[in-house]
Design a protein around this ligand. Structure first.
Ligand code: GLV
Length: 309
């Protein structure tokens, strides 16, 4: 039995070394080196080349190196009987929560406006807002959304949450389903998308939804580019219904240089780096699952193929 690491960025060696450091006896390969395909039972992947997993006739588990698994479901060549797991990690959740809080405070205190003005040598005070002035709405109350909601409550914000099925989180007003969405949106000043990307949530951030937000609302998408209809966001920014947006994720990454988001004064972009898997923190759960796989035991963090997350 062996593990293959498949990803198209520069992190393969770091993951391989971290796995070997944790267990020097492990049979672990990069997909780019010569390796015995029939020995591979687990693939540790992140945005793999589509079709590349078909090379492994004895593959039993595909372990996503991140929380998201939408890119795995995009690959129609993957056999139904292979178990898919994802990462559930406290740093992944706390890094995301810190990112969202930083964005909200930056916006409340006009820091982006001041940075632009500074470069123009322009001294021009602008009214700031307080925690008590705004309501934050979190879409998606999984691991990341729940922690972010609780951290915002602890910081003193009024927080609402929306999810597919009803959730209870201390201090958070929660809503679910289509009926709940309407009530959730009408009080939301900062909308944070932390939903999993599935056929049901693809394009959910669209004109119909934006129109239900109060005028001047701000949109933060830290989930997946596929949640957002780019043209609808641009329209609502340009007609001043929305005051701004902070985007970490895009339909195509890196975002093509011709895209209107790059130069838009009210769009603040980060390069899909709100929260990334910390190798050292994540390796123990990968190894535990590999051992479980070898011993025929249940795996941790199995993805539900019907729900898509
Ligand atoms: C990052 O986008 C992840 O899904 O872990």
């Amino acid at each position: 039995m062996a593990i293959v690491i498949i990803r198209q960025d520069t992190k393969i060696e770091a993951w391989k070394n971290a796995l070997l450091k944790a267990n020097p006896k492990l049979n672990v390969y990069s997909y780019l080196e010569e390796h015995p395909k029939e020995e591979i039972t687990m693939a540790l992947i992140w945005k793999h080349p589509q079709g590349s997993l078909s090379a492994y006739p004895n593959l039993k588990c595909i372990a996503s190196a991140g929380a998201g698994v939408d890119y795995i479901f995009d690959d129609k060549s993957i056999a139904e009987n292979i178990t898919i797991t994802r990462v559930v990690d406290p740093y992944l959740a706390s890094d995301m929560s810190e990112h969202v809080l930083a964005v909200i405070f930056t916006e409340l205190k006009n820091f982006n406006t001041y940075k632009v003005q500074q470069l123009q040598v322009n001294w021009n005070p602008k009214a700031y807002r307080r925690i008590s002035d705004v309501t934050i709405g979190i879409m998606g109350l999984g691991e990341l959304g729940s922690l972010t909601s609780s951290d915002l409550v602890n910081a003193g914000f009024k927080v609402q949450g929306w999810s597919r099925s009803k959730k209870e989180i201390d201090g958070v007003s929660t809503f679910s389903g289509d009926a709940g969405l309407q009530h959730f949106l009408k009080e939301t000043d900062f909308l944070v998308c932390l939903l999993p990307l599935t056929p049901d949530t693809y394009g959910i951030l669209n004109t119909a939804l934006f129109k239900q937000l109060p005028k001047g609302a701000y949109v933060i998408n830290v989930a997946r580019g596929g949640h957002l209809v780019d043209a609808d966001l641009l329209y609502q920014l340009n007609n001043n219904h929305l005051s701004g947006a902070c985007l970490d994720v895009f339909h195509q990454e890196p975002l093509p240089s011709s895209h209107a988001f790059w130069k838009h004064p009210n769009v603040f972009m980060t390069p899909h780096y709100a929260s990334v898997s910390d190798t050292n923190s994540v390796i123990p759960q990968i190894l535990e699952n590999y051992t479980n796989l070898m011993e025929g035991k249940d795996l941790l963090h199995i993805v539900n193929r019907i729900k898509g997350y």
